[in-house]
Design a protein around this ligand. Structure first.
Ligand code: X2X
Length: 333
């Protein structure tokens, strides 16, 4: 099958595969790359999906996971899933937005108040809008988005209490135009770095701060190189589970159903995992030395408004997408 040819492309690094290989090669070898350690729920649930796919397809389909940036950073994996070297990739909405600008809509600063708003929007019209945009670049996005989480800010020095504390702060953000624009509007000095470089850039003080959801701060051990964590909830971020369009269409319908059921169900369970972790992680991270504070969002929102951030991004996303976002979260700009 076509996919077998793709699996033999030079970009394959089978020695680094996370899953053991069965004795006989499967008819369809689906390679899935991501940027997170195996201990993150994204990977534990994807591993279970891989087992289910092997079982239900009776070995015809094998999904192999390449976690933790083994195949390169997000930018590399995005081009690999486009050219077929990877079958699947889970870019954060922030990251796929470098290719599909509409996808950053869920990451508008301080938009979502809670998970009820998030999943209603992303499983509903706003998510459908983004999936359609993703399909136009010949990638297939599965129905259910996976959770990254509400992003929080950590620093190596004093805590961030109000927007004023952002002044000149050297903060790492993902490779994402929206993140750069937002942190500039807040007065900070943001730098885009691949996730694979975050720990070392904090350790060597190339940057003094970063922002990520608590589960990532834990599995990537960022508490070892950061002191304070402001529970700012400034962005809700999720992962789109995407497939190379040609590879996806090359899979027979019965196998497509097995794969998409397994992946969507795993995504729903992964959302629950993150929810559970969010409830317990603060205590755990405190015991590892991270200090927490909960800044009120008002000063941050006001600064973004004054800087024209909402007006500018409303223009960029367009009235249709912005309208769908405001339908879910209320008026923003
Ligand atoms: O790079 C990050 O900060 C991460 C892991 O949250 C994303 O994938 C955007």
């Amino acid at each position: 099958a076509a996919l077998r040819g793709l699996a033999a492309a030079p970009l394959a690094v089978p020695l680094l595969a996370a899953a053991p290989r069965p004795a006989r090669a499967a008819e369809f070898e689906l390679k899935y790359g991501n940027n997170l350690p195996m201990t993150h729920p994204l990977n534990t649930r994807a591993s279970q999906a891989a087992e289910r796919i092997a079982r239900e397809s009776r070995g015809r389909v094998e999904m192999r996971i390449f976690p933790n940036n083994q195949l390169g950073g997000d930018t590399d994996m995005l081009s690999q899933v486009r050219n077929g070297a990877l079958t699947f990739f889970t870019p954060s909405a922030l990251v796929i937005a470098t290719l599909v600008p509409a996808a950053a809509i869920n990451a508008v600063g301080f938009a979502f108040a809670d998970y009820d708003q998030v999943w209603k929007a992303m499983d509903g019209k706003l998510g459908a809008h983004v999936r359609a945009a993703i399909s136009r670049v010949n990638l297939f996005a599965f129905e259910k988005m996976w959770d990254n989480g509400f992003r929080q800010m950590t620093t190596s020095g004093r805590p961030i209490e109000t927007a004023r504390d952002m002044d000149g702060l050297k903060i790492r953000v993902p490779v994402s135009p929206l993140s750069i624009a937002m942190f500039k509007a807040l007065g900070a000095a943001p730098a885009s770095l691949q996730f694979s470089e975050v720990y070392s850039s904090l350790q060597t003080r190339i940057v003094d701060a970063q922002e990520n959801p608590l589960p990532i701060i834990q599995v990537a051990k960022l508490y070892e190189v950061q002191k304070s964590c402001a529970l700012s909830n400034h962005i809700w971020d999720g992962y789109w589970f995407i497939a190379n369009g040609r590879a996806w269409r090359g899979l027979p319908a019965d196998l497509q159903k097995i794969v998409s059921d397994a992946i969507n169900d795993a995504g729903m369970q992964q959302r629950e995992d993150i929810k559970t972790l969010n409830a317990s992680l603060q205590t755990d991270l405190e015991s590892k030395g991270l200090r927490f504070n909960s800044p009120a969002p008002d000063s941050f929102r006001a600064k973004l408004r004054e800087a024209g951030f909402y007006a500018e991004w409303k223009g960029r996303f367009g009235d249709e997408a912005w309208g769908l976002l405001e339908e879910a979260v209320g008026r923003l700009a």
